[in-house]
Structure formats: C-alpha cells, structure tokens
Design a protein around this ligand. Sequence first.
Ligand code: FMN
Length: 316
Amino acid sequence: MPYQRTKDEVEAALADHDYLRAVGSFAMQHSLVSIYSTSTVVRTPDTVLRGRWAGAGDDLAGESLLLNYRTDNARHGFQLGIGRFYEPDAVLTSCHADLEEDLRETVPLPAPKKLRTGLTAAVTTRRSSRELTGEPVSLAELATLLHHAQGNTGELPYGNPADPHGMIKLRTAPSGGGLYPVTLFVQALNVTGLPAGAYEYFPYSHSLKPVRPPGADPVDPLALYRSPDLAIDQAAVVFTFVYNLHHNSRKYGDGGVVFGLIEVGAILQNLHLTRTALALAGCDQGGYDKQRIEQALGLDGHTRHVVHVSIIGQEG
Ligand SMILES: Cc1cc2nc3c(=O)[nH]c(=O)nc-3n(C[C@H](O)[C@H](O)[C@H](O)COP(=O)(O)O)c2cc1C
C-alpha cells in the first residue's frame, strides 16, 4: 500500500513550500485539452491568461492571444491535423459527402436559370435595398439564387486521374480544404410553388429539405426574423447561414471558424450578385436573435451556429 499523506499533512507541506500550490493548480486547472486534441493542439483558455498571467490593468490579454493565434505549419499539432486529412479514408469521406443528404421528403428544385448579366454590371450595381413590394419570387428564381450561391459546379478526381477512386464535388464558393462547413437554410415566406416554411438547401441533389425540429412548436417566421430596419413581411425569402463546427475544425482546430466565416462571405456575395442579376432586392440583417432562430431550426448552437441572415424579395 503506497504511503498517502493526510489532508493536514498536505496543508502543512504547502504552508512550507507555497510554490507547490501554484504548480499544482497550474497542472490541475490551467491547461485545457481541446476536444480536437488528437488532431490539433493543447490550448490555454483566455480566462486563465487574464487571471494569472495578464497584469491587472490588461483586460484584453485573452483577445490579444486569440487575435494573434495562427495555425501554421510550424505547429506540430497542425501538421498532424492536415496529415490526417490527406489519408485515403478522409479523402473518400469528402468524395461521398453527398450521402449526408437525407433525400426523404425533399423538394426537388428546378434547373437554375443562366444569368447573362455581365460581372461588372452585377458588381457595380449591387446595392442593399430595403424597399420590397411583398410580391412573390418564383421557385426558379429561388433555385437560381441557391445554385449560384453554393451549388455544385465541378469535380476533382481523387487518385489516378485516368482511374480515380472517387470525385470530390466542388462548388461556386471557395471553401477551406474543400470541406464546405456552411449550410444555407431558407425560410420561404412567399415563393410561388413552394409551401411556406423552413428548409435546408442540399447542394448535391439541388433540393430543399423541410426543417421539422422534433417537439418544437411552430414559430411565426415574421416574429423570428423581425428587424427594426427591414420589412420582413414584404420579403419573399429569408436566407440563414449556418456554420457547422465539426465539418472543418477536425482539420483546422479552433481556427476552422475563421475559414467558415470567410466562406459565408463568399456565399453571401454570390447571393447578392445573383439577386442583382435577377433584378431582386435584398439586404443583410445583422440584428437577429441567434438562439431563437437556432431553436426554431433545430440547431444545437454548439456544433451548428447561425452566423448570418439575409433577406430577398421583389424590388419596390
Ligand atoms: C454582416 C452585415 C450585417 C448587416 N446588417 C444590416 C441590418 O441589420 N440592417 C440593415 O438595414 N442593413 C444591414 N446591412 C447592410 C449594410 O448596411 C450595407 O451593406 C451597407 O450600408 C453598404 O451599403 P450597400 O450594401 O448598399 O453597398 C448589413 C450588412 C452586412 C454585411
């Protein structure tokens, strides 16, 4: 039986050697093993930096650490994370990402319209517009918006190009590592040919999956997306951008969120340029109730986050 000190003996030893308390608490509490530790790095929470290592007057030590944190090739953990994503099973998972789309009850979308507007015209005439008429958009217009925002447009062969193991499907918007962690949810308010309601866009099958969170009471979408700036009841459709932490953080660690938000920006600009080309009006909405929308869409707010809202309708 190994000798164990009593609590009193430990206290007495600590009184004689005060530094032991600091060492003990450092080891016990002040390092955080990330949930991605097998592929990433061990991080220190910023609250610890603030409390112990930052001077009393420096309230921004945690933010400073986070803003300056960079995942780069010099970090051993990052190399491991990247390495794992070039292994065959990980690449083949990307090849079969379409299997994640549960096609039961989905609404197939019509083929997207081809846009003839020149890029210069679309980029230079795009304006946020809050004047909406309340008239519907067509299902073809919605399909065109979704396809141009983040639809599938190409393939990358994996393995021998002459006899590939599989194809990774690529989209209109760039994505860190081709992992596509951003999903578009559609709240159809006034779309011809589509029952009003919430849907998730499935890019691989170009279809819409109705959202029915189990046990949740139906929420009035006008109350859910209400804004002091925008007449939501005059909009035809609300787009909600959702970032899925698990899709890219297993490769990029906590830096994955930055890549996810860059992708949101790319998809968003595609959406704005497409609605400009279709002569539709629209505006982004920064003021929204993240938790209430997540609840209504059946998202947990931990692994899947609402990160943006944008509305579109007919121009007034
Ligand atoms: C992330 C984001 C959030 C926004 N939130 C709102 C908003 O809540 N209400 C609003 O009226 N406009 C909002 N806007 C639109 C901006 O006010 C608009 O883009 C900006 O004034 C520039 O005008 P322009 O888009 O016509 O060039 C938002 C834009 C972005 C990118």
